[in-house]
Design a protein around this ligand. Structure first.
Ligand code: NAD
Length: 247
């Protein structure tokens, strides 16, 4: 088991939803957390404040992960404040759901840029630091949609499936460097992303989940904690947090 006290983590898109739950759960276990946000500084500062109130350490850093200069700044800020990087959680993501015939080039590019190309930016900048860690961890938040496909989600499923392939290849390359690389694939989790769906669609989804409910962000956060703490011999895997919806 890895002692997490004083480890340093970056959580992209950490100011709400699953990212906020991951930030809080890691901090509760002694990790110093960099809560990355794109534009909503208020909600990022709220997460940081709550972590500090419970005795943890965190800072909020603004960066659009699809822009390499912003990401370089995020990594530099992390090093300036905490001196190292042990854990990188690539959580930032967006959807622009349309059937392919209605999908614009822009809908395609934005989703691929934020969900997939961003990971080139974060990992290429953070990797030298992660390789200095005694137990480096890269955790890519993919999705069940990257495994099953999804109606109206060609852009999103391509990005999330891409993340899974990327995870496996990088895991092979970094296995000897004591850096594990895994994908966490949530099913349908009760966050704003899912709350935005029409009620009827949400009800259909719940009815199709074997455990008959949506997942909670904290349940995804606990899987990330598990990989950080007990995941020395786990690399290149897809950890499914989906209530049995995809096996
Ligand atoms: P969310 O919309 O609540 O959170 C996404 C976060 O990413 C937000 O904080 C947003 O500001 C941030 N973000 C978006 N673009 C960014 C950018 N360019 N730079 C930096 N940050 C950016 O969604 P969520 O449900 O918490 O999803 C978190 C992750 O989990 C996403 O990658 C999503 O694809 C994935 N996921 C979610 C579900 C679900 O059911 N909610 C299921 C499977 C996978």
């Amino acid at each position: 088991m890895v002692e997490l006290t004083d480890k340093v983590a970056i959580v992209t898109g950490g100011s709400r939803g699953i990212g906020s739950a991951i930030s809080s759960e890691l901090a509760r276990n002694g990790v110093k957390v960099v809560v990355n946000y794109q534009s909503n500084s208020e909600s990022a500062e709220k997460v940081v404040h709550a972590i500090k109130e419970s005795g943890g350490q965190a800072i909020a850093v603004k960066a659009d992960v699809s822009k390499s200069d912003d990401v370089l700044n995020l990594i530099n800020e992390t090093i300036n404040q905490f001196g190292k990087i042990d854990i990188l959680v690539n959580n930032a993501g967006i959807t622009k759901d349309r059937t392919f015939r209605k999908l614009s080039q822009d809908d395609w590019n934005q989703v691929i840029n934020v969900n997939l190309n961003s990971v080139y930016n974060t990992i290429s900048s953070a990797l030298p630091h992660l390789m200095e860690s005694e137990a480096g961890r890269i955790i890519n938040i993919s999705s069940i949609i990257g495994q099953t496909g999804g109606f109206g989600q060609t852009n999103y499923s391509a990005a999330k499936a891409g993340l899974i392939g990327y995870t496996k290849s990088l895991a092979l390359e970094l296995a000897r460097k004591r850096v594990t690389v895994n994908a966490v694939c949530p099913g349908f989790i009760e966050t704003e992303m899912v709350q935005e769906m029409p009620d009827k669609v949400r009800e259909q989804i719940i009815a199709s989940v074997p455990v008959q409910r949506l997942g909670q962000a904290i349940e995804v956060a606990r899987s990330v904690l598990f990989l950080c703490k007990d995941g020395e011999y786990i690399t290149g895997q897809q950890l499914n947090i989906n209530g049995g919806l995809y096996m």
